[in-house]
Design a protein around this ligand. Sequence first.
Ligand code: SAH
Ligand code: SF4
Ligand code: F3S
Length: 487
Amino acid sequence: MENLIKNIDIINPEEQEACEVVKISKDQNTGKNRKLYIESYGCQMNFSDSEIVTSIMEKEGFDTTSDFNDADVIFLNTCSIREKAEQTVRNRLNHFNKVKKEKPALTVGVLGCMAERLKTKLLEEEKIVDLVAGPDSYRDLPNLVKEVDNGEKAVNTFLSREETYADISPVRLNSNGITAFISIMRGCDNMCSFCVVPFTRGRERSRDPHSIVNEARDLFQQGYREVTLLGQNVDSYKWSSNQDLKGKAQIERAGETNVVNFANLLEMVAKVDPLLRVRFSTSHPKDITDEVLHTMKKYENICKYIHLPVQSGNSRVLELMNRTYDRAWYLNRVEAIRNILGEACGISSDMITGFCTETEDEHQDTLSLMDLVKYDFSYMFFYSERPGTLAAKKYQDDIPLETKKRRLQEIIDRQQAHSLERNQKDLNKVHEVLIEGYSKRSKEHLQGRNTANKVVIFPKGKFKKGDYVNVMVNDCSAATLFGEVVV
Ligand code: SAH
Ligand code: SF4
Ligand code: F3S
């Protein structure tokens, strides 16, 4: 059965807040005696973690199902990034409460960021929950499930400094068989004042590059043609060959230490095969280096697309946000991208409106920065205060909701105009597209993306997913390019 992915097109602010993307486990029937249903919310890291969780649970005798009515165990892999994301999960738990009344043996577990943030409080607040497991405790899930089988409640929210799940082969839950995500690091050390992630995901740590390259190679051999390297801040990826040595041994072997930074890692993955596309997300404006940009230029299979969240176009607000760059620094990084990789390189952003004390003029600075950069695409949000963050402790959430929403609508409108303008620049040009499957609207059309991450739709002809084709683009909307294959 196809994976169920709800809500992709984000148009108005109400909708954007109302529906976080949800991914649901697919049916896998290998005759195991118990069934697991996982629903995942939030970012790609969470979706990628659900694939690790499935791998761990498979070894414990679980098949996956896409129908929670068939499940012995239900896991919700949750997100805490905005209040609305947590509310969605609570509503979902209410729904599962009814299911559990009919089937008392059902185990309901909450995993991920909300589990980490609320810990045992979640058991008190949501009586239906049997199991709570934070992002670094998934190896312990088999034991936690056993505890629940024995009639206890089970909790593990220990955050690790080392766990990267490097040795676990993810079960590709949400896969089209062509594109896959590879987690290269976990956690975040940045402490942006609005953000809950450092509290829910713990300290930053990088995964062994050899295990990353091996995973990419395996995927290529299985027919995959694109990998996206994932981390909250990929530019601070750093691995040293002696990082697992302790004390004296570390000092003694310092001379033979091999250090791998993100540019090195990109190169290592790009060399797996020229037919394997490489993408990555997310880049932090304070850390993205010219070395990374030059590596992108050197390898054709590294896609020319950068997600470079700005959050605000005003330097005072950026300082309050603790982003550690200002407007001028950000614009300088965009200039470097344009100089090294050219005008056609895709750039996207995340933005927050109505952060604490943001004035009307400061909001205008975000709009004017957008006019300068002309993003291809943006994820836009209004500020949602998160308990425990620096902003919650230090600043007042003083912008009225209506103002936050009105400002959000203004940046969304501006972005729509820019997306259309950027797409119009792609008209009457030939784009190399990796085909990912049928277009959402018709089985007569295929869709894929060009190097700049833009969706391209064209008549299917004799082509199939996994093929690279050259498409002459002759029409566009703000979201999509349309064209025909040329030879
Ligand atoms: N590591 C990434 C961001 C991960 S969270 C980075 O630094 O860019 C994804 C996005 O959610 C953020 O970029 C931000 O725009 C938004 N976000 C995070 N916390 C938020 C909050 N409290 N309210 C509204 N939006 C928030
Ligand atoms: Fe959150 Fe900032 Fe880390 Fe991104 S870099 S995850 S916004 S703390
Ligand atoms: Fe949400 Fe956690 Fe990702 S808070 S955005 S699922 S890291």
